[in-house]
Design a binder for this molecule. Structure first.
Ligand code: ZN
Length: 236
């Protein structure tokens, strides 16, 4: 069984009534609900020491999901380093919505990861632009999200290795909503839907994308540490 670890900062569900109303037990519990029938799921939050992230924890994780917004700067740099290192060694990682600005995502991308945004409650159609891609299976032409925060281009990420979705909003903005990156031995997926005041992670199509993404990010290959070994000449 694929071992999934969900990191949710778990801040605004406790401090903002309009977020608590949507996710009374935290976004991580809603994500767990979406994944737990198929995968072995654990959750950690910023309330845990060192965000609940250690090398040992990540060595026992196949795919990490990351949701964050208000607490990016208070995540220790060491946590970002551990996630970065685990991905290069073979762990999968899925960064959700406002995690475009999370330290480990920015470190994996190497760019600013900035974007344009506004919060009008627009509808969004998340168009499948690569219907053969494993993450798009069972989705149809597009996902419909009744209300979502609008994210717009330019999204300052490196050229993705594969693109799966483009979001189009009521206001006419477009955004690269589903992007795949290969980093070392690991796979990274960025998925834009999931603003905290709208019930996006209850949407069955969104949940299907998350499950597809976990399967796509999974990699049974993992090296214990990154080295740059000196080798001897092959002898035939
Ligand atoms: Zn948001």
């Amino acid at each position: 069984m694929i071992r999934v670890l969900i990191f949710n900062e778990f801040i605004e569900e406790k401090t903002r009534e309009n977020v608590k109303a949507v996710y009374p037990n935290g976004i991580h519990e809603c994500l767990r609900e979406a994944l737990c029938e198929e995968f072995e799921v654990k959750t950690v939050t910023q309330d845990d020491e060192n965000c609940g992230i250690t090398k040992e924890v990540l060595d026992n994780t196949d795919v990490l999901l990351w949701w964050a917004h208000a607490g990016h700067t208070t995540v220790p740099d060491e946590v970002a380093d551990l996630v970065h290192d685990a991905v290069l060694r073979g762990m999968g990682a899925i960064f959700l919505h406002s995690s475009h600005y999370a330290k480990p995502f920015k470190k994996l991308m190497g760019t600013s990861c900035s974007l344009h945004w506004r919060e009008d409650g627009d509808f969004e159609r998340v168009w499948v632009i690569n219907p053969a891609h494993p993450i798009a299976q069972g989705i149809g032409e597009y996902l419909y999200i009744e209300h979502e925060e609008t994210y717009g281009e330019p999204f300052d990420i490196p050229q993705p290795d594969q693109e799966v979705f483009i979001g189009a909003y009521e206001g006419g903005e477009v955004f690269r909503s589903g992007c795949c990156f290969l980093r070392g031995n690991g796979k990274v997926f960025y998925f834009q839907p999931g603003h905290e005041t709208f019930p996006v992670y209850y949407n069955e199509q969104v949940r299907k994308v998350l499950r597809n993404a976990v399967r796509w990010c999974y990699n049974s290959y993992r090296i214990p540490e990154i080295t740059c070994p000196h080798v001897t000449k092959p002898q035939d």
